[in-house]
Every structure is written in structure tokens, then in C-alpha cells.
Design a protein around this ligand. Structure first.
Ligand code: FES
Ligand SMILES: [Fe+2]
Length: 369
């Protein structure tokens, strides 16, 4: 069992080393959190037509997402029902009508039904209908496709917990992915989440960000059962986060004045981090690959009308966040390196790190349950 965080005259301390370094705790987190909750898997625009597929790794699971003949999104374990061979090898592509295993050519329809199983005719009692691809729950919101690897997925609406209403004005399904970059961090996934939810490091690590949005302008929402979030105010005269003094985009059409003055930072736990700016979005899809390794794919999302405009150029937003990402990932790696060393002792949180305290407690509560 996890050791409860020690208390002292300082009301809240960072967790003990095992929280970030113990493979057994990591396994428990996979079961209690990642494989029990809904995971962000793809943007719907990655699966535009019948036969489009992507494969996505979540720790030791791999999911195949495919659009079937009826246009319905399906998710399966990417594993052949014959002798377990990995089915689709590519990260993305399009299959023509059927999915065939490369080993002995068992063939599946896009809805997962087993169409042809060679050399099984003589096997007494064998029925193809008993061996469809193992399906995985799939749901969609705002152009984000989620999967849940639990045998009894919680209702998706419960997972969204009203964020669909809260962010309705951003019309997220109108946004298209204009850039996607992959990063591998030598850090536990919780350090990535924690780093995302405090900006005390901003003046030191992100001078370019702090120039546009003051690090103490943050406004946290209390921790929620499935998400945590905050927003930060843009400085007077600043319209968005960008490397350009005059970013070449209009604000998203549905936003009111207050929404145009802030950047929203939300984590839909456990693996989607979402930055909503007045004129674009950035989504981070995480895979908790190992106790000390997290794969992050960063996606830049812009309104389809902007993208259709002649001379459309997103490089100001891409450069801004790529630079910020590298700064954050380096800090996360350093945090993992320090915490995993023998000299680490839990340290005191400041009062402005209250969301991190709540997140530590959220993880512990999940593990106890
Ligand atoms: S393992 Fe796939 S057909 Fe044999
Ligand atoms: Fe940061």
C-alpha cells in the first residue's frame, strides 16, 4: 500500500519517492486510473473516411481505432484472435474494407467481426462469431475521440462532468489539427500533470510566456473528480500566446470578452491536457509508458475558416508552444532525476501549489479505492 504523506508544521509536503519511482505503484495507477477512466486517443479528423485507422499505445495496451462501413468509429484491441499477433503495424492509414492479420491471414471486417479464419473448418465447435476483435469503448466530444479500456466504462457524460457545456463557446469540433509533434519525457506522468498546473516556474523557465501572461494571474478551479483546471489572464494589449506581436488569426467566433482575455489550462484526467487560447487550442495526449517515461503528442488546433484562408500560417503558435514544451519537459525530466535519487526528501508546497496537493490526494484516493 501507498504510504500516507507525512505531515509536519508545514501543512502539505510533496509525496514520497515511491509515488514517482515505484513500478508497483505505477502498475496500480494504470489499473485504478488509466485503464479505468476515459483516455484521449485521437482527433476525429485523423479518421476522416471509411477504413481510416490509427493505432494508439497506452502503457501495455494498444488500441486500433477505425471508421467502419457505416461511418461509425470503432475501437478494438490491436490483437489478432488467433494467436495474438499485433494486427495493424502503422500508426495511421487506411484499410480497404477488411483487416487481415499478417501471420495466418485471419480476416476481420471493420466492425470487428471475424470474416475468414483459415484452416478452422475442421475444428469441431469453432464458430467465427465467437472470435470478433476485442472491442474497446469509444466516445467523442468536441472532435476529441476517447477510449476506455475498462470492462465496465463509467458513463462518458460523467467523465466530461460539464466541460462540454463550459467550453461550448470554443466550438472545439470546428478546430482542425494543423501540427502534431511527439516528445518522449524521462518523467513520471504525474510530474507532467503537476508541472502543467502551476506557473510558479514561469518567470524562471518561460520568460516568453511570462511576458504575455503574468504568472500570478492564475485562477484555479477546485479539483474535480475527473478534471482539474485553471485560467490565466493575458496582459493588457496581448491577444494570445504567440511569438508574433500581431498574431495572424481572428478570435474564435463564439467567445465573449472575458473568454478572449484568458488562456484556459485544463487536464481531463488522466491523459488530456488542453490549452484554450482566444484564437486556437493546444492538446497534449499523454501515454504513461513506464514509471519514469511519458510519451506526449502535442497538437495545435485552429479554426477551419482560418485554415482555409490564403496564406494561413500557424508558425507563431507552433513555435511558441514548441519552445515552451521543451522548457517544461526539461524541468519534468530534472524533477524525475532528483526525486529518484537517494537524496530526495518530501518538500513543502507553497499555498499557490494547492492544486498539486489536491492532485496528489486524488491519486491516493484512486489507489485506495
Ligand atoms: S495470429 Fe493472426 S492469423 Fe494467426
Ligand atoms: Fe511550464
Amino acid at each position: 500500500m501507498f504510504v500516507e504523506r507525512p505531515r509536519s508544521h508545514v501543512s502539505a509536503l510533496t509525496p514520497p519517492r515511491e509515488h514517482f519511482c515505484d513500478p508497483a505503484q505505477f502498475r496500480r495507477e494504470l489499473e485504478a486510473i488509466h485503464f479505468s477512466m476515459w483516455l484521449y486517443a485521437a482527433r476525429a479528423d485523423e479518421l476522416p473516411s471509411v477504413g481510416s485507422f490509427v493505432t494508439r499505445r497506452f502503457a501495455d495496451a494498444e488500441v486500433l481505432l477505425v471508421r467502419d462501413e457505416a461511418g461509425v468509429l470503432r475501437a478494438f484491441h490491436n490483437v489478432c484472435r488467433h494467436r495474438g499477433t499485433r494486427l495493424c503495424h502503422d500508426e495511421a492509414g487506411r484499410v480497404a474494407g477488411l483487416i487481415q492479420c499478417r501471420y495466418h491471414a485471419w480476416t476481420y471486417r471493420l466492425d470487428g467481426r471475424l470474416e475468414k479464419a483459415f484452416h478452422m473448418e475442421e475444428v469441431e465447435g469453432f464458430r467465427a462469431e465467437d472470435f470478433p476483435l476485442a472491442s474497446v469503448a469509444v466516445a467523442e466530444w468536441g472532435g476529441f475521440v476517447f477510449v476506455c479500456l475498462s470492462a465496465s466504462p463509467p458513463p462518458f457524460a460523467e467523465h466530461l462532468a460539464g466541460l462540454d457545456v463550459k467550453f461550448a463557446a470554443w466550438q472545439l469540433d470546428e478546430l482542425v489539427t494543423v501540427e502534431r509533434r511527439a516528445y518522449t519525457l524521462k518523467a513520471n506522468w504525474k510530474l507532467v500533470v503537476a508541472n502543467y498546473h502551476e506557473c510558479l516556474h514561469c518567470p524562471v523557465a518561460h520568460p516568453q510566456l511570462n511576458r504575455l501572461s503574468h504568472y500570478l494571474s492564475g485562477d484555479n478551479e477546485p479539483m474535480q473528480p475527473t478534471y482539474m483546471g485553471a485560467r490565466m489572464e493575458l496582459k493588457p494589449g496581448v491577444t494570445t500566446l504567440s511569438t508574433s506581436m500581431s498574431p495572424p488569426r481572428s478570435p474564435l467566433p463564439g467567445l465573449n470578452d472575458e473568454q478572449r482575455r484568458h488562456v484556459y489550462y485544463y487536464a481531463l484526467l488522466p491523459n488530456l491536457l488542453l490549452n484554450l487560447h482566444p484564437d486556437y487550442g493546444v492538446a497534449f495526449r499523454m501515454n504513461a509508458a513506464a514509471v519514469d517515461r511519458t510519451e506526449v503528442v502535442c497538437e495545435w488546433l485552429m479554426h477551419r475558416d482560418e485554415v482555409a484562408r490564403p496564406g494561413f500560417d500557424a508558425s507563431d503558435a507552433i513555435d511558441f508552444w514548441h519552445q515552451t514544451n521543451l522548457q517544461d519537459w526539461e524541468l519534468s525530466d530534472l524533477a524525475q532525476a532528483g526525486i529518484s535519487s537517494r537524496g530526495y526528501r518530501p518538500g513543502p508546497y507553497s499555498n499557490r501549489e494547492d492544486l498539486l496537493v489536491a492532485f496528489d490526494e486524488w491519486v491516493l484516493a484512486k489507489l485506495v479505492r
